[in-house]
Design a protein around this ligand. Structure first.
Ligand code: ADP
Ligand code: SR1
Ligand code: MG
Ligand code: MG
Ligand code: MG
Length: 415
């Protein structure tokens, strides 16, 4: 596959590429004679290589011009790599402890070189399936989301700074269209790409397609996704985009980044925690009923929202006198008005997050791309049972989201 200087790399040609790229070779201590290279991409879209030399290690990610999990029949711009590299750099600047450093970017080749997030880091989704508790996860994710969302919003930026950043990321249009299709449209209609645990969920999938209230709600969320240029969002912040140890949390894979509604990130993360929660009964066995683990996931949902709220509003407090042009300073100087503004902003963000969480759950059960949380449950009756409970919760959540005032109310619905 070649288009004006682009070629798909493999383990062999990547060695030559690294040898001729000083910014990568230097991270390997320039010891490029005996490199160990392994392709580890387990995501839906791209190729990811781990490269280890005797004195260093890196990860190289290459975007190819189609959707990897479907094949060449679904073309997809490899320019996504540009937006991923740009977002990674910006997010690393805003939340350096939770985003890998970018060492190299080659737009022609759609290649990003970045820090190898070394073992014992694993993908969070895998840890959630294995039943591992991560005591700092909520704190770290709240910090990542508060920093990246607050500092790229009009609460911190001038309208001129914000508009030019919005314009830059507007060009990530193909990735946005993919989300519009697979999250907000396909699950609610007949689509060749949809799938579900058949025959057990046949009538559940049909019920989603025939639910007029749900379709109106998802249309509203789709409008918000397309129209609300609130902050630079990661755009795909599910539990497969987070790598963890007990001490460390790293957000990767922001190729869907653009200026969109903050709730899309908060909701993606919380919605995927709820997917993990509903999958637990399928992973329970005689040795472990997973009850305690379910309680930990629920606590993590609550802590994520509550800590995010705290960190985000405290950044807002600190930067009230800053360059942000969303509100007049005289509003901030009036304690009652400032409280009112804060409450209004945060409750809307909460309801957006709940709506997007629900949409992200529904698409993983009746849409094209499923999650390992459920797919790894081999007993199909059990799997369908877990998926149905998650789906029913998500449908309710989407419809009733505006009636919730606290995350505790949401958790009661899940339990
Ligand atoms: P995709 O865009 O195809 O989903 P990801 O960026 O999610 O690709 O990467 C796929 C997999 O590669 C991840 O699940 C993770 O296992 C591994 N990976 C990606 N980036 C890194 C990194 N910087 N360090 C270590 N492993 C990584
Ligand atoms: C064809 S849909 C592929 C999905 O994988 C990515 O990680 C995004 O979630 C996208 O929706
Ligand atoms: Mg990924
Ligand atoms: Mg990706
Ligand atoms: Mg999702």
């Amino acid at each position: 596959m070649t288009t004006a200087g682009f070629r798909v790399l493999d383990e062999k040609s990547l060695i030559e590429y690294i040898k001729s790229t000083p910014s990568l070779a230097s991270k390997l201590g320039n010891e490029v004679g005996d490199l160990k290279i392994k392709e580890v991409g387990d995501g839906n879209l791209n190729f990811v290589y781990i490269i280890v030399s005797p004195s260093g290690s890196i990860v190289v990610k290459q975007a190819i011009p189609y959707v990897r999990c479907i094949g060449e029949s679904w073309p997809m711009t490899k320019e996504r790599s540009y937006f991923e590299a740009t977002a990674l750099k910006r997010q690393h600047g805003l939340s350096p402890k939770h985003v890998p450093e970018v060492y190299h970017f080659d737009r022609t080749m759609s290649v990003i070189g970045m820090r190898y997030i070394e073992p014992p880091h694993i993908i969070l989704r895998k840890g959630l399936i294995a039943g591992v508790e991560y005591p700092l996860l909520a704190e770290h994710m709240a910090e990542f989301m508060a920093n990246t969302l607050f500092y790229t919003s009009l609460l911190y930026l001038t309208t001129t700074q914000h508009k030019s950043a919005v314009a830059e990321f507007c060009a990530n249009v193909e990735m946005c269209r993919l989300t519009e299709q697979v999250v907000f449209s396909d699950p609610y209609k007949i689509s060749e790409f949809n799938r579900w645990t058949t025959p057990y969920l046949d009538s559940d999938a049909e019920a989603v397609r025939n639910d007029k209230v749900l379709k109106l709600e998802v249309a509203e969320l789709k409008s918000k996704f397309c129209e609300k240029t609130q902050a630079l969002i990661h755009g795909d912040l599910h539990t497969g985009s987070v790598m963890v140890t007990h001490e460390s949390t790293q957000a990767i894979d922001p190729e869907f980044a653009f200026y969109g509604p903050m709730g899309f990130d908060v909701g993606a993360f919380i919605g995927n925690l709820f997917l993990a929660y509903f999958a637990q009964d399928g992973h329970a066995d005689q040795g472990n009923d997973r009850k305690a683990y379910k309680a930990w996931i629920i606590d993590t949902v609550a802590d994520t929202w509550n800590l995010f709220y705290k960190k985000f509003t405290s950044l807002w407090d600190i930067h009230k006198e800053g360059p942000g042009e969303a509100y007049l300073h005289e509003i901030y100087n009036d304690i009652e008005l400032w409280e009112l503004v804060k409450q209004k902003y945060m409750i809307e963000l909460f309801h957006d997050s709940l709506g997007f969480a629900a949409a992200k759950m529904i698409r993983r059960i009746v849409g094209v791309a499923h999650v390992e949380d459920f797919e790894s449950i081999t007993d199909l009756v059990k799997r369908a049972d877990c998926e149905r409970r998650a789906l029913d919760f998500a449908k309710n959540l989407m419809k009733k989201r505006r009636t919730f005032n606290t995350i505790t109310d949401v958790i009661s619905l899940a339990q």
